[in-house]
Design a protein. Structure first.
Length: 646
């Protein structure tokens, strides 16, 4: 899914650049845009609106420090009025934006400052949004033929700076000299600080330039909700009984914001400060997309688009309905959207509105995911999903239905609608009124779930992070690299120097340090596959592999491993591989593995809920059964103890 997400972002960011490459779901918007702007202007942009290069001052940056970035256009006469660099964290996946510090003919200059206390991270540059002659355009670097460029901040374990080699080996790189003129340099440029400073002096700082700050500090768990008042004075909505949808949407959004901010562990953002449109000369699709881009920039988990209905066919239709994402591209966002939609509907129907149900609507174009599922129809939902955000559309009532309209004329009822929306959101993610508590916000972990205590334990002890702020993913299978990372965290994430231990464990992956640490001879928790010499980081971990790693870890920390039990009570005991037999007896004897219906299922994949439960039992066991000072054991240095291929 990660690969699709990046592809989808690419399609969004080049929407105004190359009409032929646009995802079909936006075809109607593009037709309208070309009709307004003219075919000749669109063709002109296709010829000149290309990014020529991206230059990164330092691929590895020590703290404190300043990172300078130059983005150059293929057409050196382009002079942007504004520009925003879009990038993301390879470590956390967070999306960020930074406004330009200076512009000159053919290039834009960005300067990012990192303080002493900044978190170590790796940043991938995605694209740039810029304005030329009052027109705003977007371009995604990889779609312009430029390899994804990266730089690292702080001390990370052997981080690979992707794209650096492409820059260093480039035949020509255009940079700005002290007079703001374009010059051609060799690929290996030692320092560009002085040229950037000179260019900034020539062109001047952009007026009131404000860089978009990082939305959340590392480790801070808050639900970020972006509320959108659908329609505006430019892109008007439905009408009925003297009421206009855009005006009602804005009022309900304000009431929703006020109510939602009473809860802890939530940050609330809105799309604009008035009923007027921020992009009055743009088509609806562009305006909607920009709102989602803004939501992504603040790290939104949820995008809520508020509306009212109007049926052309009949005035008998009434009540509330909520649209949520279909299953295409991201099944988890589909499931989360369903929970959110129904919680909001429960609150709205409690106000006396007919519950018309939680609904999905598929695209009428032929865009499909790899499984053949059609994309979503609505831009708000489709684009939100591309950014990893759960988007819903709330249709509160029908403006042309007399009974609904009578309720909507009462300002107090409009407030009740906003409050109901907020309470539905709060219910879906378990928010409580009051101050922030730092609680887990998983929609897929409820107090009645058998794995609730384990998920909570893993969350508060920072042993297992969620797939997202709002999602634990209990039924997702756990990869071998993920489990190695969990053990590494339990040990306190010790640093290790990079060596090529396994051909499939390269520098710069989130699991690199964990696997290298666990595979050291004096640790010997991981030995890899005997037949291939590979580690298999993305392979799902089996139950017997999991307990074997835990058993070896217990020996490494010199915990008591003497408690064992024979496996004769399990019908599939003969399925346990020889390398895991001793570990499995220990896991059963300590109660970490209890079996299911008389089966151990040693070769079965361990999902995240099972893993969290076993890990909780494991850590609690280590706390209760430390080794005697003279009874400590160390892992056997036995290269024959290899995992078999699952």
């Amino acid at each position: 899914m990660q690969h699709w997400k990046k592809s989808a972002l690419a399609a969004l960011l080049v929407i105004s650049v190359a009409v032929g490459s646009i995802t079909p779901v936006y075809a109607e918007d593009i037709v309208q845009m070309e009709a307004e702007a003219g075919a000749e202007a669109a063709e002109s942009k296709r010829e000149t609106d290309l990014i020529g290069y991206v230059y990164v001052d330092e691929t590895k940056l020590s703290l404190p420090g300043t990172q300078n970035i130059v983005v150059g256009f293929a057409d050196e006469t382009v002079l942007p009025e504004t520009a925003v660099l879009q990038y993301h964290s390879e470590v956390t996946g967070e999306l960020y934006e930074s406004e330009a510090d200076a512009v000159t003919d053919g290039a834009v200059l960005f300067s990012e400052e990192y303080t002493e206390g900044a978190a170590a991270d790796e940043y991938i540059l995605d694209g740039i949004c810029y304005t030329v002659n009052g027109q705003e355009w977007m371009a995604f670097f990889t779609d312009e033929g430029i390899e994804t460029t990266a730089y690292t901040v702080g001390i990370l374990d052997d981080v690979q700076t992707y794209g650096a080699e492409a820059i260093e080996n480039a035949t020509n790189i255009y940079v700005l000299d002290g007079n703001g003129e374009m010059t051609v340099e060799s690929g290996d440029i030692e320092d560009v600080e002085e040229t950037i400073a000179g260019a900034a002096e020539q062109t001047g700082e952009l007026p009131e330039a404000q860089r978009a700050g990082r939305s959340r500090a590392a480790g801070e768990k808050k639900l970020v909700v972006y509320l959108c008042a659908g329609h505006d004075t430019t892109h008007i909505g439905a009408e009925g009984y003297g009421m206009r949808e855009e005006e009602l949407n804005f009022k309900v959004r304000q009431y929703c914001k006020e109510e939602l901010e009473k809860y802890g562990d939530v940050e609330v953002y809105t799309d604009r400060d008035s009923v007027d449109c921020k992009y009055p000369n743009r088509v609806t699709g562009y305006c909607l997309t920009q709102r989602i881009v803004e939501a992504a920039a603040v790290g939104a988990d949820v995008f809520v688009d508020l509306h009212f209905n109007n049926s052309i066919a009949t005035s008998e239709a009434s009540g509330a309905e909520v649209y949520y994402p279909n299953i295409s591209y991201n099944e988890w966002i589909h499931m989360e959207g369903n929970v959110l939609a129904n919680q909001v509907l429960d609150q709205l129907s409690a106000l006396g509105l007919q519950n018309r149900g939680a609904k999905i609507r598929n695209s009428t174009t032929n865009e499909r995911d790899d499984a053949g599922n059609k994309a979503d129809y609505y831009t708000s939902i489709n684009v939100s999903k591309a950014y990893g955000i759960t988007g819903i559309i709330v249709e509160h009532a029908y403006l042309n239905n007399e009974a609904d309209a009578e309720k909507l004329k009462d300002e107090n009822f409009l407030k009740k609608l906003g409050v109901a929306d907020a309470r539905g959101i709060a219910s879906a993610y378990g928010l409580t009124e009051g101050e922030d508590t730092g609680k887990m916000l998983y929609w897929d972990v409820k107090p009645e779930d058998w794995y609730y205590d384990a998920a909570e334990y893993a969350f508060y002890n920072n042993i297992m992070t969620g797939l997202r702020t709002t999602q634990f993913g209990p039924s997702e299978n756990l990869a071998r690299a993920q489990f190695a990372t969990i053990l590494h965290r339990i040990q306190g994430t010790p640093e290790v120097e990079y060596t090529e231990r396994f051909p499939d464990v390269t520098m710069g992956q989130f699991y690199t340090g964990a696997v290298l640490w666990a595979s050291q001879k004096d640790v010997n928790i991981i030995t890899g596959y005997e037949d291939s010499g590979l580690f298999g980081p993305s392979d799902y971990i089996t139950r017997e592999q999991l307990v074997t790693m835990m058993y070896r870890y217990a020996k490494f920390v010199k915990a008591d491993t003497s408690i064992t039990s024979e496996l004769t009570g399990f019908a599939d005991a003969d399925k346990v591989n020889e390398f895991a037999a001793e570990a499995m007896k220990w896991a059963v004897g300590t109660g970490m593995i209890k079996g299911d219906n008389g089966l151990l299922n040693p070769g079965g994949n361990a999902n995240r809920a099972e893993c969290a439960t076993i890990i909780m039992r494991f850590v609690q066991y280590l706390e209760k059964h430390p080794a005697e000072p003279d009874q400590g054991q160390t892992p056997a240095d036995d290269e024959n103890q290899e995992f078999t291929k699952a």
